[in-house]
Design a protein around this ligand. Structure first.
Ligand SMILES: *Cc1c(COP(=O)(O)O)cnc(C)c1O
Length: 373
């Protein structure tokens, strides 16, 4: 098919970001490629991250790990949350390293390993130090650590926690991160006391590794940063030497000259401010352009920012071009650079009142991914 609308992913940028984050952290990198590599294409991003020196990859779901294995990727692969017991056979067959925190899951995992007469399986034990999502609460730390240490089928290969507020620059946010890291130190001390000597200790997501040297430990787990995107408006990726990897491009499919005051698109939420040209671009919310960009977002055409005119529709949106007659087929950039101008994902996130993570993970499967570099 030759739809002009597609995503271009610059794998050189991914390599740069992985190497840069590793250098900043002074620690090996576990590249987080869950949710299809934050929409960038997990297999290609995983290979680029490994090229750039990442020693681990991380996914959220067993099927995400299986897909990487089927693509021939044999690097250590961390499964960030416990799956359903029914997925244990697939987990073991794919050689994933599970993150564990519930005694019931640990028992089921040990039984599955035993039934396959496999050697001990390395697992990473997760402490909840304040995220309040998955992970063992402090009162359960000893029980969970012992459950793994006492199971001959399992071995503690890693200990981890996850930060809830690492991107929060307020004093309260920073205090929370420091408390979490202090809690993590208590968890590590307890493990030492129980004779547990894990090879990997990790706490930092992108914001944690950029903002808290004490979070870096022996491994870091950046996700959003390897794509060159900011975790939050307060942590600007470019200021940290990161390069956005993604461009969303399309082309003008139609153009018309309209008299001043002509309403366009659903609901007639916009009218031409003068006589002038309106260009149609074949990309819409079914591709992941937030409908919240209606009358607010911009796109690049001819190296110039053009306002989105009226409602973003499922398959198309309109650009106001004023006196400039758009050529059918002229390239349009929705995200990324064109000439000297650029439209960052962060700008869409601000318009849609969300975060970069949600924007890129909602770029749908309908958009072909072209990997460059
Ligand atoms: C998603 C995730 C990460 C990566 O976080 P970023 O903010 O994208 O860097 C790290 N660790 C865990 C447990 C995660 O779920």
């Amino acid at each position: 098919m030759s739809r002009p609308t597609r995503l271009e992913i610059d794998l050189d940028a991914v390599r740069h970001n992985v190497a840069h984050l590793g250098a900043v952290a002074g620690a090996p990198v576990c590249a987080v490629v869950k949710a299809d590599g934050y929409g960038h294409g997990a297999v290609a991003v995983a290979r680029a991250a490994l090229d750039a020196g990442a020693v681990w990859l991380a996914v959220a779901l067993v099927e995400e790990g299986v897909a990487l294995r089927e693509a021939g990727i044999d690097a250590p692969l961390l499964l960030l949350s416990e799956p359903a017991d029914a997925d244990l056979p697939a987990l073991l067959e794919a050689g994933l390293t599970p993150v564990v925190y519930r005694p019931g899951f640990i028992a089921a995992l040990a039984a599955e390993v035993r039934s396959r007469a496999r050697g001990p399986l390395g697992v990473h034990v997760k402490a909840d130090t304040g995220m309040g999502r998955v992970g063992a609460r402090p009162a359960q730390w000893e029980q969970v650590l012992r459950a793994v240490a006492d199971a001959p089928e399992l071995v503690v290969d890693g200990l981890l926690t996850h930060l809830a507020c690492a991107d929060d620059p307020t004093a309260a946010g920073e205090a929370t991160t420091r408390e979490q890291l202090a809690g993590f130190d208590r968890f590590l001390a307890l493990a030492t006391q129980l004779g547990i000597r894990p090879r990997w200790v990790h706490a930092a997501n992108t914001a944690g590794l950029l903002r808290f040297p004490d979070a870096r430990r022996g491994l870091v787990r950046p996700g959003i940063g390897i794509y060159g995107l900011s975790p939050d408006v307060e942590v600007v990726a470019a200021d940290h030497g990161l390069r956005p990897a993604l461009r969303l491009v399309s082309a003008v499919s139609y153009a018309k000259h309209l008299p001043a005051g002509t309403p366009v698109s659903y609901g007639h939420r916009w009218r031409t401010p003068a006589d002038g040209w309106v260009a149609t671009v074949p990309v819409g919310y079914a591709d992941g352009v937030p409908r919240a960009l209606t009358n607010r977002g911009q796109a690049l055409l001819g190296g110039v920012r053009r306002p989105i005119a009226g409602t973003v529709t499922m398959d198309q949106l309109l650009l106001w071009c004023g006196d400039d007659e758009p050529r059918i087929g002229a390239p349009v950039v929705l995200l990324g650079t064109q000439g000297d101008e650029q439209l960052p994902v962060e700008e869409w996130a601000a318009h849609a009142d969300t975060i970069t993570y949600e924007i890129v993970t909602q770029l749908t499967a309908r958009l072909p991914r072209h990997h460059l570099g």
